[in-house]
Design a protein around this ligand. Structure first.
Ligand SMILES: NC(=O)c1ccc[n+]([C@@H]2O[C@H](COP(=O)([O-])OP(=O)(O)OC[C@H]3O[C@@H](n4cnc5c(N)ncnc54)[C@H](O)[C@@H]3O)[C@@H](O)[C@H]2O)c1
Length: 410
């Protein structure tokens, strides 16, 4: 079978992982790395370029114009560049694997979708769920009625991020960067895979009966304790078009990072999937089954490249299509619109966490607050949390352009 050639735009930051993996897979004969592009190559990337004799470009457009023998382009650059780079790559005749999130705003994702339709090329998105085996198990368990009728899906991410996290790149924690919308917050970046997994689950659980289930209404409370523009602590309620409710809770201001979890509540029982890939089923308050599923772990990038290659060859469908990723952007933009602005948590309720070498913001009692919200399905203001303020639901029907009521720059 023909060895497919890849190009990479963005070799530093997270792109380092792509670069390492592409080189490894080239050595195994899975694919070939044609060329790479970056404005500034890190020492690590420059060493690989030199060692491998890789063609390299500071202007990605020049690479797209010169490397016509390549099949697909991986884009791992700042969020605001996703849409222009992806559209350029599609129009130059390449298939694309785009880093998540596909764009900061729905109009960018729709522009990419139009380019996909226009060019007939593929665009996969690098969202992942930590275990596809767990996803399949959950789909089977719920499908056989073990927990009854699904009432709702909940997700919880208790994470810590120190000040170094916000220093790592100029757009970290920003709503805008260089005049472009980036909306880089807690649910749009570190917990994005969890939110995507929940939306994917709602799609899988709706099954053939409602294949186009999508977010239709969002109510969200977005807060920050760090000196950033965007959110670091949020509670989001998403009404799906088939009537399922999703509740999503995230903070980057916990003392310690805990296993992220997704809970599916049914009329007869409950199922929980923790990110150590345990899937536990309860009925009448007692555990009826517990299974450990295989983790994707380091193999995730390889799976993504192989999936795209199979899709190019017409033997598979994309694991994460742009249409499926669009639901994430719809929910995320709806969350910002519902919140109207990011509300600050008073400094009297925020301490400096010294749990690692770098300081980080810690919100007093956030662990119990967020776990109580997760258990009850309430937003913070509905629980009477002193720093919380209610938000108004935002309808997503015919929603095409961000922002409509979100107040940028306040
Ligand atoms: N899949 C995951 O788990 C995961 C994890 C972290 C980040 N990401 C995503 O990866 C993407 C990159 O994030 P990051 O933190 O690495 O960003 P970053 O700001 O560190 O930039 C990544 C690279 O892009 C390069 N770059 C910037 N402008 C460029 C241009 N015009 N042409 C070529 N290269 C250019 C930068 O020099 C850098 O090397 C984002 O979409 C982010 O959300 C994904």
């Amino acid at each position: 079978m023909k060895v497919r050639h890849a190009l990479l735009i963005g070799t530093g930051g997270f792109g380092r992982n792509h670069l390492n993996e592409l080189v490894r897979l080239q050595d195994e004969g899975v694919l070939a790395l044609g060329a790479v592009s970056d404005l500034r190559f890190t020492e690590h990337a420059a060493a690989i370029v030199a060692e491998r004799g890789l063609r390299h470009y500071s202007d990605y457009r020049e690479m797209l114009a010169n490397e016509k023998a390549a099949d697909f382009v991986i884009i791992s650059t700042p969020i605001a560049l996703h849409a222009p780079m992806c559209i350029d790559a599609l129009e130059a005749g390449y298939h694309v694997l785009l880093e998540k999130p596909p764009g900061a705003v729905i109009q960018d994702v729709d522009r990419i979708l139009e380019a996909v339709c226009r060019t007939g090329k593929l665009c996969g998105v690098n969202f992942f769920t930590p275990s596809s085996e767990a996803l399949e198990l959950i789909e089977r368990t719920v499908g056989t009625g073990e927990i009854g009728q699904v009432r709702g899906i909940k997700g919880l991410a208790l994470l810590t991020r120190t000040s170094a996290y916000y220093r790592r790149t100029p757009w970290a924690g920003k709503l805008m960067s260089g005049g472009n919308l980036v909306m880089d917050g807690a649910f749009h970046n570190p917990a994005a895979h969890l939110l995507y997994s929940m939306l994917k689950l709602s799609e899988l659980l709706a099954g053939a009966a409602a294949p186009s289930v999508a977010p239709s209404r969002v109510t969200a409370e977005l807060y920050h304790a760090n000196p950033i523009d965007s959110d670091d602590t949020s509670a989001i309620r998403i009404g799906m078009s088939d009537g399922t409710e999703i509740h999503f809770y995230v903070t980057l201001c916990a003392k310690r990072t805990e296993q992220q979890r997704i809970r599916i509540e049914g009329t007869e029982g409950m199922l929980e999937w923790t990110y150590d890939n345990q899937v536990t089923v309860w009925r009448d308050g007692a555990i009826v089954s517990q299974r450990e599923c295989r983790e994707e772990g380091k193999g995730i990038m390889e799976r993504r490249y192989r999936n795209l290659i199979r899709a190019i060859e017409g033997t598979d469908r994309l694991d994460v299509s742009l249409e499926s990723a669009r639901k994430f952007t719809l929910a995320a933009n709806g969350a910002f619109e519902s919140a109207v602005r990011i509300k600050p948590i008073a400094s009297s309720r925020v301490q400096t966490s010294e749990s690692s070498e770098e300081p980080g913001a810690y919100i007093e009692g956030i662990e119990s607050t967020i776990k109580e919200a997760f258990a009850s399905g309430k937003l913070f203001s509905e629980m009477g949390v002193p720093w919380a303020e209610p938000s108004v639901p935002f309808e997503l029907t015919e929603y095409r352009s961000f922002p409509r009521r979100f107040e940028l720059g306040r």
